[in-house]
Design a protein around this ligand. Sequence first.
Ligand SMILES: [Zn+2]
Length: 199
Amino acid sequence: MESVIEQSCPMCYTSGSVKMIVNVHEIPYFGEHTELTLSCNNCGWKRTDFLSGDDSTPSKWELTINRNTVTARVVRSSSCTVRVEELDLEVEPGIAADGYVSNIEGVLNRFISAIEMLQRQALQDGDEGGYAACQEYIDALRTAIDGEGSDLTLALLDPMGNSKILHENARNTILSEKEAKELSVGPTIPTFDVSDLGL
Ligand SMILES: [Zn+2]
């Protein structure tokens, strides 16, 4: 389904320039997920996001990271906070947050890339302590990806309930109102509801 929506572009403010493409994916055992892609044909701005087909209960998904679970599929929407709990690592939804579908390894590699960037900065600044600390995080994440069994847990916290870890051992709990309130929900655009799409 492809349509031009009545919303001006958040980047260049041209009205009527934003095109929306909707794809509904059926994920085995986990129901439907709707993929939305918004793009501006004037300036090239683009955003992808995922919406859960079933309900929007604020939820938390957790999975212990090891060699057998790194291939588990992950659907992360733009409102989702990702944590590696034992390392106190967290990525909050940013202004430019896109949703994505990946697997546990892919998510951990995103963490590693971000830490490597910090590490390069530490090197430039001559910050030896910072450099070593970054290396410890990177080593811990790499060991978790390749290891027999780590003590690390990947958690997705989504106040909008649009994110999931697709694995039989994944633990799903409902976030309390207080927990949900404390989380950032990320970008406020797009601002529509799935029910507006007539799906
Ligand atoms: Zn634009």
